[in-house]
Structures are given as structure tokens and as C-alpha cells.
Design a protein around this ligand. Structure first.
Ligand SMILES: [Zn+2]
Length: 268
């Protein structure tokens, strides 16, 4: 029976659900099958806060994780006496310490100025270059389509990561890339955190402590505040309730196929 013949026998809402189920089946079990994950983050701390439990769980089972941080985090303070260059240096050390706690061995810094990030062609090329070098099968990044997200770095990072994921398989999408031996690479998944419509939950019950330890490394941020720790625990508990476990982290996982002209992607 052809797909059209199957659809023929369905009511309109059943036909729509059929399409959603068809596309959603592509992302089932994504976290169970990945071997290399690249976390493309706006600032030194975003991945640890949003997904630290998942990162610890992945590295614990031998998955290689690379952090790519786009900005230097120089604006992340309310203290007028804290000099931006000094803060950027401190935050780099904090991120290195947190990454160690989570089992992340490789960190790449693009050192753009905090709060001034734009989705430029040069940055798309920089990310395609890194994707082709490290060959991740999953990209992790903030959801740039989170409604009301006011931080330009978060919007730009998510967009750039999605663009690079989409374009990296196209041979000529990186000028000079083929001559340098950077052959096309297609990540299988992109996992967005801080997303309105999560479709994948990772049970991080056994990794909450190590996540909170890692987050505490970000001392210049809210890392060592008990109130912030409570907030993180509450968030993970809410996601745990949705996932039917104690603590969870939530993602919207898509494939490159979903990242272009796909009106079902929002609901997958
Ligand atoms: Zn951030």
C-alpha cells in the first residue's frame, strides 16, 4: 500500500497525526545512539545549566563531548568594578573546571564579544569547519525559536548551529573546505534546550549532584547560590514529572530533514 493510499483512509486530524508520527520516528532513541556530541553554546555556562546532567550521563558511557563557546561572557556581571576582560578570563577558567567535572575534555573558544553576536556568514563557516573537523552525530544548542528570548547571543547561537548542521553536508558550503580536506559531514540530530516544545526527556536522576557541582564552578555567575540550585532542582523535577522519572532534562530533538521547509517540525 502506498503512503497516499494509507492517508486516503484517514480523517483530516488522523492524517496530520500520521505525518507527525512519521517524522517523529526519526528522533526516537537519539541520545541512546550518539557517539560524538558537539555543544554549541552562547556563553560559558549555558550547556552546564541546561543540560549538565545529560552531558555527564553521556560522557559516563563513553560518548565524546566537545564544547564550542561563541562569546567570551565579558558582560555577565552586575558589578561595575568587574572589568570585562578580567571577567572573560575568569569565566573561561570556570567553564574549564565545570567541563572537567562533567567529563568533557575538549573546549573550543570563538571569543566573540558577549551580547553582540549576530548570525553572520563567517560564524556559520566557522561552525561548519568545526562540525567537519569533529564529526559529531549530535549538535546541542539553545532553541533560537524560544518565544520572547531577548538575548541576541542565544538567538544567534541557535540559528548558527542550525544553519551549520543543515549546510555542513553540502560539499561547497564552506569556501576552501574541500581543498583543506574538510569533507562534508552530516550530524544526525540537533537537540535544542530551553525549548517551548520538548519531545525528548533524558532521565538525569543519577547525575543531578555532578551537574550541580559543575554549575557551582561558575562562581562569577549564579553558580554557588542556594536559590539558583533550588531553581535548577525544581526545573529538573518538573521535567521529571513529564518524563515519569525523578529528575529530567528536556530537549527538542530534530534531524536536518526537519530544518528546512517542514511545517510538521514545530509539532514533532
Ligand atoms: Zn547564555
Amino acid at each position: 500500500m502506498s503512503i497516499e493510499e494509507i492517508i486516503e483512509g484517514l480523517k483530516p486530524d488522523e492524517a496530520w497525526d500520521f505525518a507527525l508520527r512519521f517524522f517523529a520516528s526519526d528522533v526516537k532513541g537519539a541520545f541512546d545512539s550518539v557517539q560524538r556530541v558537539m555543544c554549541i553554546q552562547p556563553h560559558p555556562d549555558d550547556t552546564d545549566i541546561a543540560a549538565g546532567g545529560t552531558i555527564a550521563k553521556l560522557t559516563n558511557k563513553g560518548v565524546t563531548v566537545v564544547y564550542v563557546t561563541l562569546t567570551d561572557g565579558r558582560l555577565g556581571t552586575t558589578d561595575p568594578q568587574m572589568w570585562p576582560e578580567k571577567l572573560a578570563a575568569l569565566r573561561r577558567k570556570e567553564q574549564e573546571e565545570a567541563a572537567r567535572a562533567l567529563g568533557v575534555k575538549e573546549l573550543v573558544w570563538l571569543n566573540c564579544r558577549d551580547s553582540e553576536l549576530l548570525p553572520t556568514l563567517e560564524l556559520r563557516w566557522a561552525l561548519i569547519r568545526l562540525i567537519r573537523k569533529y564529526k559529531p552525530d549530535m549538535i546541542m544548542t539553545p532553541d533560537p525559536w524560544l518565544t520572547y528570548e531577548a538575548h541576541p547571543d542565544h538567538r544567534a547561537t541557535g540559528l548558527l548551529a542550525a544553519e551549520a548542521t543543515f549546510f555542513s553536508p553540502f560539499p561547497h558550503s564552506l569556501p576552501g573546505g574541500l581543498e583543506e580536506g574538510l569533507s562534508p559531514h552530516a550530524p544526525r540530530y540537533i537537540a535544542f534546550y530551553w525549548t517551548r516544545k520538548p519531545n525528548t526527556f533524558v532521565d538525569v536522576t543519577d547525575y543531578v549532584d555532578v551537574k550541580l557541582e559543575a554549575v557551582k564552578s561558575h562562581k562569577t555567575q549564579m553558580g554557588d547560590s542556594p536559590a539558583f540550585e533550588q531553581l535548577l532542582r525544581a526545573y529538573m523535577r518538573i521535567m521529571g514529572k513529564l518524563a515519569n522519572c525523578r529528575y529530567a532534562e528536556a530537549f527538542k530533538v530534530l534531524t536536518p530533514l526537519h530544518l528546512h521547509s517542514n511545517e510538521f517540525a514545530e509539532e514533532i
